[in-house]
Ligand binder design. Structure first.
Ligand code: NAD
Length: 251
């Protein structure tokens, strides 16, 4: 197949195994802003990046209070999956999906109907809290109820430690088992499809190199250039909600 959507669709049609990597760009149509896109949270307000660094969160109670204020009203809580999420459910139904690696913390792939066993949450989930001291996890709703009741920085109910969303902040290690599973899926695939991600965050973006080195075709769908466009077999520039349904339509 040639370049463009038809060429990428042909690569998918001929593949037995497809591994997908998604980023915040698959959820912008659902009303959740990305970080680095043209309308991104950090593009508009570079100082907001500090809220996502572990050191600032641990050292500065005001950062934690601001984080809880934002979590309480986060667009994630009202978001519905979009056309890109639905297209990836169709890809799974075609029998090709090895794993759906996501950097997103919104659980919209599961909400759309992707099998939870195939979704690998590289950066965790906002739907749970995790204690930075004892590691205890609990539903986010429990902490948000305490915030609504007036606690501005609710401590861990078990040990009194600092509570955070169960997500990976800058300065925080990815879960080793999760990362290993993602890397395995990247080397055991015929096509690596990267969707709606700036591919600027490591180690997540490194799965593209691993797949390419293992001989997989790489298809990138994103609204902006990425550092991996050079290694890609096909780069499709445009909206993921428009392009992904066309990619999987014939499978
Ligand atoms: P990013 O913000 O770095 O990159 C998103 C990319 O998607 C950008 O290049 C942007 O141009 C592109 N994009 C945005 N909307 C698009 C659309 N409709 N069609 C095509 N392209 C579109 O996101 P990232 O690479 O995922 O890294 C940011 C990190 O922040 C993630 O690792 C994640 O942990 C976290 N995050 C998660 C969410 C979420 O869960 N929805 C949202 C924001 C940030």
């Amino acid at each position: 197949g040639g370049p463009g959507v038809a060429g990428a669709a042909d690569l998918l049609a001929r593949a037995e195994r497809v591994t997908v990597l998604t980023g915040a760009g698959v959820s912008t149509d659902s009303g959740i802003p990305d970080f680095r896109g043209p309308q991104g949270v950090w593009t508009r307000n570079p100082a907001a990046e500090r809220l996502s660094t572990l050191q600032a969160y641990v050292e500065d109670p005001e950062v934690r209070r601001e984080a809880w204020r934002q979590r309480a009203v986060h667009p994630i809580w009202g978001a519905r999956p979009g056309a890109a999420h639905a297209a990836l459910v169709d890809l799974e139904r075609s029998g090709r999906l090895v794993a759906l690696l996501t950097q997103n913390i919104d659980e919209l792939h599961q909400a759309a109907g992707s099998s939870p066993e195939l979704v690998v949450e590289l950066h965790g989930t906002m739907h749970h809290t995790q204690c930075l001291s004892c590691g205890a996890r609990a539903p986010m709703g429990e902490a948000l109820e305490r915030v609504a009741a007036g606690e501005d920085d609710p401590p861990c109910p078990h040990c009194g430690g600092i509570l955070k969303s169960a997500t990976i902040s800058f300065g925080q290690e990815l879960d080793a088992g999760v990362l290993m599973r993602a890397r395995q899926a990247a080397v055991d695939t015929d096509v690596l499809l990267a969707v709606g991600t700036s591919l600027g965050v490591h180690p997540a973006a490194g799965v593209v190199d691993l797949a390419a080195a293992a001989g997989a075709a790489v298809v990138i769908v994103n609204g902006e250039p990425t550092p991996y466009d050079d290694v890609a077999t096909v780069v499709l520039r445009g909206g993921v909600g428009e392009i992904l349904p066309r990619l999987v339509a014939g499978l």
